[in-house]
Design a protein around this ligand. Structure first.
Ligand SMILES: *[C@@H]1O[C@H](CO)[C@@H](O)[C@H](O)[C@H]1NC(C)=O
Ligand SMILES: *[C@@H]1O[C@H](CO)[C@@H](O)[C@H](O)[C@H]1NC(C)=O
Ligand SMILES: *[C@@H]1O[C@H](CO)[C@@H](O)[C@H](O)[C@H]1NC(C)=O
Ligand SMILES: *[C@@H]1O[C@H](CO)[C@@H](O)[C@H](O)[C@H]1NC(C)=O
Ligand SMILES: *[C@@H]1O[C@H](CO)[C@@H](O)[C@H](O)[C@H]1NC(C)=O
Ligand SMILES: *[C@@H]1O[C@H](CO)[C@@H](O)[C@H](O)[C@H]1NC(C)=O
Ligand SMILES: *[C@@H]1O[C@H](CO)[C@@H](O)[C@H](O)[C@H]1NC(C)=O
Ligand SMILES: *[C@@H]1O[C@H](CO)[C@@H](O)[C@H](O)[C@H]1NC(C)=O
Ligand SMILES: *[C@@H]1O[C@H](CO)[C@@H](O)[C@H](O)[C@H]1NC(C)=O
Length: 763
């Protein structure tokens, strides 16, 4: 049996190879299917061997390559055959069990490309032919790049600037069918104009591409001659200098309600995309370059540069523009940078200041004028409310302020003195409240009398007025009693009495009016003055003496006296009043006092003439304001007796005694030398004056106690030695009766004097 099979098979082979071959005509003998396969790959040719008729049966299936049998199957004897050229390599495999039957050819070679057809013979049905036009694709080489000069370019090229034209060839070697070469930028076809190169078997596509940011990235060359696999591709990196195309500023920290707060640090970020190489990011605030507190980082893959800026916005930076500029330093100026700009919204508590509207100086307003204050404010966000303050207390509506006090302006229609003070306003917004520095408002007003009007200050009149500003002129109308009105003007409130002419010993009508340039004084200040208090004090230390054959009033001078008066008062004959008998002056320049104490006015003295029992002598000190009340002294009877004329004097006074006296004197002279000597000695000695000591004070007493040392000079001074004192070495001093040392506190009048100081009614 096996042997028989072998024989049959050999027979078939023989039949096939030798039988006359009918060439397969595509379309006429049967349909043709096109089929592609890659060189080296495997492909499967299909042939349907199912019968069309029920009773039919496959007899023979034969595959031809270009009309040459390469495989057959005889169903009658179930015998396979294949041509040795395919079988030897084992590249051919058939599967008859499936439908359609499959014939696979592996490790395809270029010469496998051919028109194959299968012939199927049936018992009943006619022979069937199916053609397969097999194309074996030979892939080309990997694409590669040549620049304009023919140099090979590997992986990357550049640098270029945007807009430069890239000229570059992409080449492939071989390939069947001839491949198409295309340039792509990313997924976009940019050039498909390929063609044969000068070199046989090599195809190329020369690219002319103006470079842009968009096309330079991921530029590739693709070569393809089949749909069976993706195109071969080569990628080229183009180094292209680019400015940043997209710069954005964003806040990182420090925003409150989408706004900045003055004085609060903030961080802002700037991102620049797309620059190559790394850009230099700079920050500008209103054209001021911020150099500090920024840093920069760079990601060379995403081409993203980041810069952070830390800064503390100030009030005056509200509305300022913050710019972030990304500059590509390798590029030409002008097309190298890109910026983003934001406007700062810096919020702050209001900044307030009070200002006065209207005329006049800032801080002054005249009484009864209107006062218009404005709260000048700068704020972001806007002010919500205003508050006014007076002397640091909030102004609330009342009759002093009216009701319009919560607005930006404070209006006082008629200013009074009570409106003088410190004004301030406060403004509040969402950020806070601020109070302005106070403004002192002074209310100016015309002069008006103060309660006392005119006062006497020492020896001057003072006009007391209230006024703002202080008056600079005072008009006086002065009228001493019984005299004409005097009109005087002073620059200050003081009018010295010395400027008034006339006597001031009686009353004075004074009126004054001040002027301060605001308005005239409504009512002048008026007052009537008497200047008794300016009169000198009553002389207190006086005595009566009998000298130079008359009574003398002698006093220690008192302060502020310009002259002194003596007076003699005598008891009326009809009633018990003292009546002024005579008046005289006393002083350093009058009568004996000058002769006695020239240049050393220790005493003032005044002659009184003769005094009788019951007379009283007065001494008063005077100046232009009048005289003090008189100090009255009454000589005691002892004094009067002691100063009475001696009997011999009485004789001398009589004419009749001349001859008799002569005789008597001669007789006495002759008879009594001793007596004459005694008389002569008595004449030479000083006649001690009879003196009443009165009211000595401590100074006087001290003086009197030391007077013993000067006694000789003192006694001399009183009478005959007045010229001997020109050296002034010793004080001229009266000799005094020192029998008593008077004491002020337990003083009692000496026995021969009577103090009548209290009898003022008599003066
Ligand atoms: C291929 O040849 C071998 C011997 O070389 C043979 O055994 C085999 O059957 C042949 N295959 C076909 C399909 O003819
Ligand atoms: C087979 O395909 C090739 C191209 O692959 C073509 O040139 C040829 O004409 C085709 N033959 C037939 C018979 O279709
Ligand atoms: C800037 O670039 C980024 C990332 O490329 C993008 O998200 C953003 O929208 C761009 N902004 C502008 C204004 O183009
Ligand atoms: C600034 O920010 C404040 C608070 O968010 C807001 O009220 C105001 O309108 C903003 N100003 C501007 C000019 O954007
Ligand atoms: C980015 O920088 C790193 C190191 O600096 C370098 O290794 C890498 O090649 C760079 N990448 C690009 C795309 O330039
Ligand atoms: C730059 O500064 C910001 C904020 O100060 C910080 O968050 C960031 O880490 C800093 N970056 C670098 C690279 O120093
Ligand atoms: C305002 O007046 C007060 C006293 O009334 C005074 O202390 C202060 O210095 C004055 N301020 C100005 C600016 O005049
Ligand atoms: C004398 O006048 C001056 C100046 O007017 C005065 O201060 C003094 O008190 C007066 N002396 C007496 C004792 O009145
Ligand atoms: C007392 O008498 C004198 C005349 O001697 C007279 O001037 C005076 O007014 C009289 N006084 C009284 C109170 O009567």
């Amino acid at each position: 049996m096996g042997r028989r099979m072998r024989i049959i098979s050999a027979l078939i082979c023989f039949m096939i190879t030798l039988s006359p071959v009918l060439a397969f005509i595509p379309g006429i003998d049967g349909p043709v299917i096109s089929q592609e396969a890659l060189e080296g790959d495997k492909t499967t040719l299909f042939c349907d061997s199912t019968t069309d008729y029920q009773n039919d049966e496959l007899m023979l299936l034969v595959w031809y390559k270009d009309n040459v049998p390469i495989y057959s199957y005889d169903a009658r004897i179930t015998s396979e055959w294949s041509s040795s050229s395919y079988n030897t390599s084992g590249r051919l495999k058939a599967n008859i069990e499936i439908q359609p039957t499959a014939l696979s050819i592996s490790a395809l070679r270029g010469d496998d490309q051919a028109l194959y057809h299968c012939r199927v013979d049936f018992v009943l049905a006619p022979t069937r032919n199916v053609g397969v036009n097999l194309t074996v694709i030979v892939l080309p080489s990997q694409p590669f790049f040549l620049d304009e000069l023919g140099n090979k370019v590997e992986r990357r090229i550049g640098p270029y600037h945007e807009g430069d034209t890239l000229v570059l060839s992409c080449l492939v070697i071989g390939g069947r069918p001839p491949p198409r070469i295309s340039w792509y930028s990313g997924k976009d076809l940019v050039d498909a104009s390929d063609g044969e190169s000068d070199i046989p078997g090599v195809r190329e596509n020369e690219l002319y591409l103006p470079l842009t940011r968009y096309n330079a990235d991921s530029l590739s060359c693709r070569a393809s001659n089949t749909h069976l696999i993706p195109p071969l591709r080569a990628i080229l990196q183009i180094e292209l200098f680019l400015p940043a195309y997209n710069v954005t500023i964003n806040w990182v920290r420090g925003l409150i309600d989408d706004a900045l707060r003055a004085g609060r640090p903030a961080v802002v970020k700037c991102v620049a995309h797309g620059s190559y190489p790394q850009p230099e990011i700079t920050w500008w605030l209103d054209h001021r370059h911020l150099t500090q507190h920024s840093n920069q980082s760079w990601d060379n893959v995403t081409r993203r540069a980041e810069s952070f800026l830390e800064f503390t916005p100030a009030v005056n930076e509200n509305g300022a523009t913050l710019a972030c500029v990304a500059t590509n330093t390798v590029m030409a100026p002008g097309r190298d940078s890109k910026a983003d700009v934001i406007v700062l919204n810096v919020t702050y508590s209001p900044i307030v200041e009070v200002s006065k509207l209207g005329d006049g100086r800032l801080n002054e307003v005249v009484e009864l004028d209107s006062l218009h204050l404005e709260c000048e404010v700068k704020a972001n966000p806007p002010v919500l409310s205003f508050t006014w303050y007076f002397d640091d207390l909030e102004i609330r509506p009342n009759n002093l302020w009216g009701s319009q006090i919560a607005s930006q302006t404070l209006l006082i229609e008629e200013v009074t003195k009570r409106h003088a003070g410190r004004y301030s306003c406060g403004a509040r917004n969402n950020v806070g409240e601020t109070r302005a520095e106070s403004v002192n408002i002074t209310v100016l007003y015309p002069p008006s009398c103060k309660e006392h009007g005119i006062t006497l200050v020492k020896e001057a009149l003072k006009c007391n007025v209230k006024a703002l500003p202080p008056p600079d002129t005072f008009f006086w109308h002065i009228q001493p009693t019984d005299e004409d009105v005097q009109h005087l003007t002073t620059g200050s409130a003081i009018l010295p009495l010395s400027q008034i002419t006339g006597s001031l010993s009686r009353t004075l009508d004074a009126s004054c009016e001040a002027g301060n340039g605001i308005a005239s004084q409504e009512k002048p200040c008026k007052r009537v003055f008497s200047f008794e208090q300016l009169r000198p004090p009553q002389p207190q230390q006086c005595d009566l003496a009998f000298e130079y054959e008359e009574f003398q009033m002698r006093c220690i001078p008192v302060e502020n006296a310009t002259y002194y008066e003596v007076s003699v008062w005598r008891m009326s004959t009809s009633n018990t009043s003292l009546v002024l008998e005579r008046r005289g002056s006393m002083g350093y320049g009058m009568s004996q006092a000058l002769a006695q104490g020239e240049g050393v006015p220790w005493l003032v003295r005044g002659p009184l003439g003769n005094l009788r029992v019951g007379d009283e002598a007065g001494a008063s000190a005077c100046n232009r304001y009048g005289c003090s009340t008189a100090l009255l002294l009454r000589p005691t009877e002892n004094l009067l007796q002691a100063t009475a004329n001696p009997w011999w004097k009485f004789i001398l006074e009589r004419d009749f005694g001349i001859s008799v006296g002569a005789v008597v004197l001669v007789t006495v002279f002759v008879l009594s030398t001793v007596l004459a000597v005694r008389l002569a000695r008595r004449a030479r000695s000083k006649p001690t004056p009879v003196i009443q000591v009165l009211q000595l004070d401590e100074v006087a007493r001290d003086y009197l106690e030391t007077i013993g040392d000067h006694k000789v000079h003192a006694s001399c001074s009183l009478r005959s030695c007045s010229s001997g004192y020109s050296d002034g070495s010793a004080e001229s001093a009266p000799t005094v009766d020192r029998r008593r040392k008077p004491r002020l506190w337990d003083w009692e009048p000496p026995p021969d004097v009577t103090l009548t100081v209290h009898r003022e009614s008599a003066v």
